[in-house]
Design a protein around this ligand. Structure first.
Ligand code: NDP
Ligand code: MG
Length: 389
């Protein structure tokens, strides 16, 4: 029998983390969970540690860590650690086979880089780290021979379609997008949308931030940038189509005129399972598509008037060849979403803040982790202070 794969799961208490744990529960002999992290949710993290007998747990929020320590919440065999230093040490110390990065936000960059430097497989859900880190992260992956396996369903679909082909055979790719919670809402009424309304997704059950990003389609913008780096394509080769059923997860168009797609029901379980077992396959824990039942698949081009964030993502892609546009787009969007959730700005102001950030004169020739972190912090500070007319 093959040895169990040693897995580090960062962001274990989130939506992707929970879906991953369902798979690990279903296949207990194939995987061993050696470390898990959460930000503040000590209760959920503790119960994961107890169930899976995890040796290392990390709470990245210091207050949550100190509270859990003072209450001796985590019992043997689990050792509790604190912060991103705790994550870094764990990635370096544990000789894991795979790190699943399911943390939300740009703070995923540092752990992704550290995991890459250990040469382990990276199952990457945290798209923000690729959008921010771009060529810098991929260079590191090449240098350390670390495989990046995309969990994001569209990129996972493209990854699957590309197996056995070379880059010069690709004409373009099309990412599918559900259109989010507000795809049929009158455009004139969008300015009155509340955070709760923007948080309802028609097909996917996901974390709060990515659900709002789906409503604005900033999520698809981030995914365009993610695809640009993962598959080394030009902005002109990257397209988006609205597909309300979320069954086709993306298309690859070949230079010979044919198109390949990957299909599965709208559940992240399929993409996560693909990464967990790659390049092997195991029976799914969920039912696949059933063509015995009638099914309709629809496709239509996105309207930039409804989704200005999408157009801004294309601008960000073209802004700077070394990827700074992605960093600006991502940081400004995260702050804009926070300001929208705090009811400080309207739903329709989110793209206005991103546009303002993209008009700032940032730029650099050489990119380092330090540079990216400082750039990210500077954009955030400015976007928090932007006034709207
Ligand atoms: P959730 O908000 O559901 O979960 C986020 C996880 O990260 C939780 O474990 C949370 O811990 C932890 N976390 C939150 N803030 C921080 C922080 N500041 N530092 C460290 N850890 C933190 O997110 P999702 O699971 O929806 O998304 C995770 C990533 O996967 C995102 O990058 C998203 O874009 C991407 N993704 C998600 C998809 C989905 O279907 N959900 C699909 C494709 C990609 P705690 O519980 O303690 O707050
Ligand atoms: Mg996606």
């Amino acid at each position: 029998m093959a040895q169990a794969k040693k897995i580090i799961l960062l962001g274990a208490t989130g939506s992707i983390g929970t879906s991953t744990l369902k798979l690990l529960r279903a296949y207990p002999n194939d995987f061993q969970l050696v470390a898990v992290s959460a930000h503040k949710n000590a209760d959920a993290l503790q119960s994961i540690c107890q169930e899976f007998q995890v040796p290392t747990a990390i709470l990245t929020d210091e207050t949550a860590y100190l509270k859990a320590q003072s209450e001796s919440r985590f019992q043997s065999p689990t050792q509790l650690h604190c912060g991103f230093e705790g994550i870094d040490e764990c990635l370096k110390r544990q000789s894991a086979d795979m790190a699943i990065i399911a943390i939300v936000g740009a703070c995923g960059l540092q752990p992704t880089l550290t995991a890459i430097e250990q040469g382990m497989d990276i199952a990457l859900a945290n798209k923000e780290s690729l959008v921010l880190g771009g060529s810098f992260l991929l260079d590191a992956a090449r240098n350390h021979q670390a495989r990046i396996l995309p969990i994001d369903s569209e990129h996972n679909a493209i990854f699957q379609c590309l197996e056995g082909y070379t880059k010069k055979q690709i004409a373009s790719i099309t990412l599918t997008a559900s259109g989010g919670a507000l795809r049929n809402h009158p455009i004139g009424h969008l300015k009155n949308i509340s955070p709760e309304e923007a948080c309802q997704h028609p097909n996917w059950s996901m974390g709060r931030k990515i659900t709002i990003d789906s409503s604005t389609m900033a999520n698809k913008g981030l995914e365009l940038i993610e695809a640009r780096w993962l598959f080394d394509l030009s902005p002109e080769q990257l397209k988006v189509v609205i597909h309300p059923q979320s069954i086709v997860h993306s298309f690859v168009h070949w230079i010979d005129g044919s198109t390949l797609a990957q299909l599965s029901p709208p559940s992240m379980s399929f993409a996560i399972q693909h990464c967990l077992y790659y390049p092997d396959k195991k029976p799914s824990i969920q039912k696949g598509l059933d063509f015995e039942k009638a099914m309709q698949l629809e496709f239509s081009p996105p309207d930039f008037n409804r989704y200005p964030c999408l157009e801004l993502a294309y601008e960000a892609l073209k802004l700077n060849s070394n990827g700074i546009g992605g960093a600006i787009f991502n940081a400004a969007n995260e702050v804009a979403v926070e300001r929208f959730i705090a009811e400080d700005i309207a739903f329709t102001d989110i793209p206005k803040l991103i546009e303002q950030a993209l008009s700032e004169p940032y730029g650099s020739d050489s990119i380092s982790l330090e540079y990216l972190k400082n750039l990210d912090a500077e954009i955030r500070l400015k976007t928090k202070a932007y006034k709207l007319n």
